[in-house]
Design a protein around this ligand. Sequence first.
Ligand SMILES: C[S@@+](CC[C@H](N)C(=O)[O-])C[C@H]1O[C@@H](n2cnc3c(N)ncnc32)[C@H](O)[C@@H]1O
Length: 273
Amino acid sequence: MSDGVSAAIELSDPSDPRVAAYSTLSDAALRRTTDAEHGIFLAESSVVVRRALAAGMRPASFFLAHRYLDSMADVFAAHPDVPVYTGTDETMQSITGFHLHRGALAAMYRPQARSVASVLDGARRVALLDDVADHTNVGAIFRSATGMGVDGILLSPRSADPLYRRAIRVSMGTVFSLPWARVEHWEDTLAGMSDTGWTVAALELTEQSVDLDDPTLAARDRLGLVLGAEGTGVRPETLDACDVHVKIPMYRDVDSLNVSVAAAVAFWQLRPV
Ligand SMILES: C[S@@+](CC[C@H](N)C(=O)[O-])C[C@H]1O[C@@H](n2cnc3c(N)ncnc32)[C@H](O)[C@@H]1O
């Protein structure tokens, strides 16, 4: 049995079809690829690759700069049927089309999508992302949610994909472990949560907003925290579907916080008591 490192396949041709998954295809195009049942996503950095594997993600191939090969030998040994490709930093960059912060990549099969019901089952705190389209913000929200006891995340149809390369990296791989689901019928889902014992709270500065440290909020048994996009905030139709609006009081003429910062403050303040 090969140790993976010595069997690594050296690449130099940017158009090599064996690494098409890593080439300048957009991640959106990757999702539509037909070579895998549920499409492919890219995990970047050895830490993120290891976290993805630990969370049960299945690798299609590995692609690492020479200097990373030895440190990942145990990973290759655990997946003897998965091809390992390698090359210089320059080759990797010309194939991937993006600057690599870490020279370790894996192409992985997208996991089966979860249902909304499975995310809510047994949860006490969930975050709901209302068209948060920025991948960095989505990744940062996943990281804070995981670290502060939020049980899951629901995403509106136009929120960014948590399995986009940048979202994965910023989340430090928490997108693999924290349950999440894409919601098809957004306002209906919020209404359904309200009808089944959830308090759905919009984090937004509106005329009706109560302060974040209102003690009745953290005392709620099941709380959904809705977060909005940078430019638009929580959309009016979403605000209408929420049970309560909540604000983090602002000082010194600063209008609002970045959504991932507001999320972290709220997750901590409203953790279940
Ligand atoms: C940058 S803010 C959007 C501000 C938007 N331009 C507006 O004026 O409504 C992005 C999101 O972060 C959250 N957020 C930011 N600051 C907040 C605050 N002080 N209180 C409550 N939520 C806040 C909200 O969910 C908001 O939709």
